[in-house]
Design a protein around this ligand. Structure first.
Ligand SMILES: C[S@@+](CC[C@H](N)C(=O)[O-])C[C@H]1O[C@@H](n2cnc3c(N)ncnc32)[C@H](O)[C@@H]1O
Length: 289
């Protein structure tokens, strides 16, 4: 896809991170240019953010995918859709994706419907979802999804990639399915890039006090640190200093309701995949000092 303006349409657009990747590809000279022909999003805050981030008009939003008719979509070379994953993710209840399940993730099938409806299909389609979509539970449905794309004329390439292999110090595994209309175009997923970047390399030097979890009393016994409320025996955070030095999970938040958010991470390792809920009961990281 070189020497021209790539026409792009995205579904489940969120804040448009794949669009940011296109911007990066342009700035690094891999593509000449791209133009956002439409996006599809229903969350009003996401729509506002999307338009601000990509400097485009809200009128380009074609709204909920279920109401879109293929004949109303302008031609695009590339479609991208990271369909809702809450019902597929291990963090969710895993009831989704099946075409008859009526759950949010079954919305992915709407892109297949639209590919069948448009007069000229996009040459390239990229789907993205959580790694769990490749698990035994969803495998059969994923195969049906892929078969529909093959029947529409696409050649498929798919793989689970981990952000940590691509210069982001975060363990975030995502399934990518790339569908290409041209059989002669062989696609290869990028090879992992080895680097030594850790969570601490991405932290701001100035961080507002409100982001720090401070307790009244800190006690150090051998290689462990305990953070407790003054005049109580109530220990909230426990940190293992050897594990801190090794990176990864190095402690526990004893007040946390969930196993995932109870884990405390070391700044000297990789960050975990962040959960969708943004409450005080979220991922914690130990920083020096
Ligand atoms: C997993 S997020 C995708 C995030 C996106 N890839 C990004 O870079 O921000 C799924 C998005 O689908 C949106 N969504 C849910 N139902 C939708 C629908 N019926 N039509 C269009 N978008 C929908 C949600 O609001 C959410 O922003």
């Amino acid at each position: 896809m070189t020497n021209k303006i790539i026409k792009v349409g995205t579904f489940f657009s969120g804040i448009g991170s794949p669009e940011k990747a296109l911007e990066k590809l342009k700035s690094e000279g891999y593509i000449d240019d791209y133009n956002l022909e439409f996006f599809s999003e229903i969350d009003k805050d996401a729509i506002k953010s999307y338009c601000a981030i990509h400097n485009i008009n809200q009128e380009l939003n074609v709204g909920s995918i279920v109401n879109i008719k293929g004949k109303d979509l302008p031609y695009c070379d590339l479609w991208i859709g990271g369909f809702p994953c809450q019902d597929i993710s291990c963090a969710g209840k895993m009831k989704g994706f099946d075409i008859t399940s009526s759950t949010r993730s079954s919305l992915g099938w709407e892109m297949i419907r639209l590919l069948g409806e448009v007069e000229t299909k996009p040459k390239y389609v990229i789907f993205e979802n959580v790694e769990n979509i490749t698990s035994k539970k969803f495998k059969e449905t994923l195969n049906l999804f892929k078969k529909d794309l093959i029947d529409l004329g696409y050649t498929l390439y798919d793989k689970v990639l981990n952000a940590v292999d691509y210069e982001i110090p975060q363990t975030r595994k995502r399934y990518f399915l790339v569908a290409i209309l041209d059989n002669n175009h062989i696609f290869k997923f990028p090879e992992p890039i080895n680097n030594d970047l850790k969570f601490k390399d991405f932290m701001d030097s100035q961080v507002d006090e409100k982001y720090y979890l401070t307790n009244d009393e800190i006690k150090k016994i051998d290689n462990k640190m305990f953070f407790k409320k003054k005049n109580t025996d109530d220990i909230r955070y426990e940190v293992d200093l050897i594990k801190y030095k090794n990176g990864g999970v190095c402690g526990t938040d004893n007040y946390s309701k969930y196993h995932q958010s109870a884990r405390i991470f070391s700044e000297l390792g990789y960050a975990p995949t962040l959960t969708a809920n943004n409450t005080a009961d979220n991922t914690k990281v130990v920083v020096k000092g």
